[in-house]
Design a protein around this ligand. Structure first.
Ligand SMILES: [Mn+2]
Length: 340
């Protein structure tokens, strides 16, 4: 889950060994434990760590997620790190004697609200009281994985390569590579995990943002792009997701001569336009608004912007030649926005 609110530091310092003892006190050897998650890197890594903590302490630990895992980096993480997951919809919750929630709070999703949790470990802001036998919520942490790293250290458990890699990746993702709400504790956990992780796996997970099927869009974009004075334009017809357009725009920006990349395509009944620039005395957001704002939604920041125009709104705005080539329309509008 990603909440991007600023987090305040909690006044009371927490002792991880105290917390660990309290957590362990919840369990008996015969316990069948269910950990429920909204599967993203932080939730998965934290659940793995919790499973490791409870190893040999309980009868079994099952990690169940309610959401579909669609992002390719997450799919790759699950596959390469062999994270044992089951779908929440497929389990019989009555078979478990203890239920835990990591990287989320019971009211965050209705899939969680059906459970009576025994423990909640999370780092999101507290918006509602969580009334479970064990609660550890630390909004001053950039990732739940940081908290879990401290639990492991308090338990004197050295994480395996795959667990360390998962935790490291989780901290990177949740702190946006330490650009957003990262704190000293996150940096400390990162330092501790770094030598224990497999950097090759980590890199493969990080760069996995498309599938083989998506290569056809690259082929099309490579064949049909137009370069006009340091600006590269590419228009694709239907795409399976606007994410493809983002990947292509970022890809084109790798060419050192390119100052602007404008990649467009149709998705459902919209024309989607992704704009990138090198950030030098340019403003992608205002250009997007100027070029496309009156026809649909448009906006963004200095270096990146996006516009979405319902195709129905384009009636009467397209020239004859544009009908077979929306790309021509995009180029014309964008060039106009650069003038004056
Ligand atoms: Mn998180």
């Amino acid at each position: 889950m990603s909440r991007r609110k600023r987090r305040k530091r909690s006044a009371r310092p927490r002792s991880s060994s105290e917390n660990l003892q309290k957590l362990f006190a919840l369990f008996e050897p015969k316990d069948k434990v269910l950990i429920t998650i909204d599967a993203d890197p932080d939730a998965m890594a934290s659940a793995m760590a919790l499973k490791r903590l409870l190893w040999h302490k309980v009868h079994s630990v099952t990690i169940a997620h309610f959401n579909e895992i669609v992002r390719f980096d997450n799919v790759t993480m699950v596959r390469l790190l062999k994270i044992p997951l089951v779908k929440l919809q497929q389990i019989d919750s009555k078979k478990f004697s203890k239920t835990l929630l990591v990287d989320g709070q019971p009211h965050h999703h209705e899939a969680f609200s059906q459970f009576h949790y025994d423990a909640v470990i999370d780092h999101h802001p507290i918006t509602m009281t969580v009334d479970t036998p064990f609660v550890d919520i630390q909004p001053s942490y950039g990732a739940t994985a940081t908290m879990m790293t401290e639990y492991l250290r308090a338990a004197k458990i050295r994480p395996s390569k795959s667990l360390a890699t998962a935790l490291l990746y989780a901290i990177r993702v949740d702190t946006h590579n330490f650009e957003l709400h990262a704190f000293e504790d996150d940096v400390k956990a990162f330092h501790y995990l770094f030598p224990l992780a497999n950097m090759n796996l980590l890199r493969k997970i990080e760069i996995s943002d498309m599938g083989i099927k998506d290569l056809k869009y690259f082929q099309l974009a490579l064949e049909s792009n137009r370069v006009i004075k340091g600006k590269i334009f590419s228009h694709l017809d239907q795409v399976r997701s606007p994410d493809i357009l983002v990947l292509l725009a970022d890809f084109f920006m790798r060419c050192h001569e390119v100052g602007w990349a404008v990649v467009s395509g149709s998705y459902q009944k919209n024309l989607v336009i992704i704009i990138r620039n090198d950030g030098f005395r340019k403003n992608a957001g205002s250009k997007a608004i100027k070029a496309f704002g009156r026809l649909g939604s448009a906006g963004g920041h200095r270096a990146m912007a996006r516009a979405e125009i319902p195709l129905a709104n384009l009636d009467g705005h397209l020239r004859k030649t544009d009908l077979s080539d929306l790309g021509r329309f995009v180029i014309r509008q964008f060039k106009k926005s650069l003038e004056g």
